[in-house]
Design a protein around this ligand. Structure first.
Ligand code: 4AD
Ligand code: MG
Length: 436
């Protein structure tokens, strides 16, 4: 059997025989001439059936065919057909591999719009188009460039449990699981484990893995299951070190995407700007800039989504950057394990990274001194020693360390300026949706 080629490879077969296959996009019956427009992963091709040039059996195939059926063709390749945007094949063999039911629940050509819910119900049909495939190619490349960057920087990749007894973050966001009659939780961050591996002597670690959040918010930027990009590094001088890592990561990933995926990015009209120097503004500085534009944020509060959008706009005008680090979040808003500056216990050595107005990352220097950490936990009404596995980390040699977490799905949403985070994940999970 001849090897199947993609639509984009047919050029090399003009005047010769090739085998191609894909999903029927269009069927045109014009008396003595019939056409099938077929889509494969890379593009389109056309099967042309002139009554005089093909067998009666083959000529009859399009009559019973439905759109989205899978066909396989072998025949001579002719020059490009403009209308279909691909090459033309005159079939010597034409096989209906899988006949699709009609009508399909969704229009896959993109000509008739369906609501997001209907699209997600039939996600495999919704994705059967070149723009969606481009999106997920971009997503896979982003992940590759993220991993390349961490590897180049000497981080060790780790995989930590997602079935846990409890986390160190607030308990409200945990999904409970029945673990052989015991109560377990799905990890809502690898926080404990990445700190653990720094203390284990790995010094610098990163993890790409599933993160679960029982957040009941049905928004365009929240999922209950997402892919987290987490890292943690030991022997840091300050919380600027993890910010430097994030900055370097975005610089690398965006530069590589612009270099290698310009065609895919163009489908989304995006040419993301490689950050030069991401401004680092304390929350107080940011609030002053916002106040000057009439947006008041009370003391002890962090920015609301509107504030994040406005600060992004101000930063873009002032510094020409799409990104901004907001630092020194109030102690009241951050978990007990964030370090506080000696001279100002009202704030934490923490940061958020905002990209075009949306938070994509949160990080901090961690408190690594057992006694200080214990006191901080107490201030938040927690008993550090009750979190035995976490408490132990700080008793047997813990270097100063810090890190951050970043959501890949948010990253995709911001990179491509998608309206909804659900567009950039294959099968989204939110408080309502658990299928397919
Ligand atoms: O800001 P978060 O909650 O921070 C942490 O998990 C810390 N343990 C990180 C650290 O190292 N200090 O989550 C980190 C990032 C967010 O900035 C956001 O990009 C993403 O994870 N994220 C979500 N993405 C989609 N849906 C959700 N419900 C998300 N919650 C957080
Ligand atoms: Mg956050």
């Amino acid at each position: 059997m001849k090897e199947r080629v993609h639509s984009t490879q047919l050029k090399q077969f003009i005047g010769k025989t090739a085998v191609a296959a894909g999903w029927v996009q269009d069927i045109r019956l014009m008396g003595g001439l019939k056409f099938l427009v077929v889509k494969d992963r890379e593009g389109f091709f056309q099967i042309t059936l002139p009554k005089k040039a093909v067998s009666a059996e083959i000529f009859a195939v399009p009559d019973k065919l439905t759109k989205e059926s899978v066909v396989r063709v072998e025949g001579e390749v002719k020059a490009a057909v403009q209308a279909a945007g691909g090459y033309e094949i005159i079939p010597a063999r034409l096989e209906v591999v899988s006949l699709a039911g009609a009508p399909t629940p969704l229009d896959t050509s993109g000509k008739i719009e369906s609501g997001l819910d209907a699209r997600l119900d039939y996600r495999f049909l919704d994705l059967r188009n070149h723009k969606s495939i481009a999106l997920f190619k971009l997503r896979a490349k982003m992940l590759k460039y993220v991993i390349d960057y961490f590897e180049q920087q000497g981080f060790i990749g780790i995989n930590t449990p997602k079935l846990t007894s409890a986390g160190v973050e607030s308990g409200a966001e945990l999904f409970e699981v029945n673990y052989f009659g015991r109560k377990a939780c799905l990890a809502q961050s690898p926080q404990i484990y990445k700190q653990m591996m720094v203390c284990a002597g790995f010094e610098k670690v990163y993890e790409i893995g599933a993160v679960y959040r029982a957040e009941k918010s049905q928004t365009t930027r929240h999922l209950t299951e997402f892919t987290g990009i987490d890292f943690e590094m030991g022997f840091i001088d300050s919380f600027h070190d993890p910010m430097d890592v994030i900055e370097g990561m975005f610089r690398h990933v965006i530069a590589e995407l612009n270099k290698n995926c310009a065609k895919e990015l163009a489908l989304f009209n995006r040419k993301p700007v490689v950050p030069k120097k991401i401004p680092r503004l304390s929350l107080d500085e940011a609030k002053k800039l916002l106040a000057a534009q009439g947006k008041k944020i009370p003391d002890g509060e962090d920015l609301d989504p509107e504030g994040e959008r406005l600060i992004a706009k101000i930063v873009k005008e002032k510094f020409g950057e799409e990104f901004v680090f907001l630092t020194h979040y109030p102690w009241g808003k951050r978990p007990f394990y964030h370090m506080r500056p000696v001279d100002d216990p009202k704030v934490t050595l923490s940061f958020d990274l905002v990209w075009n107005g949306i938070e994509v990352s949160t990080g901090a220097q961690r408190e690594h001194r057992y006694e200080v950490l214990k006191a901080q936990a107490k201030e938040k009404g927690l008993d550090l020693d009750a979190m035995k596995d976490y408490a132990n980390l700080f008793k047997y040699g813990a270097p100063p360390h810090g890190g951050a977490g970043l959501g890949l799905d948010r990253f995709v949403e911001c990179l491509l300026e998608l309206d909804n985070i659900r567009e950039g994940i294959l099968l989204p999970r939110d408080p309502i949706r658990l299928t397919p």
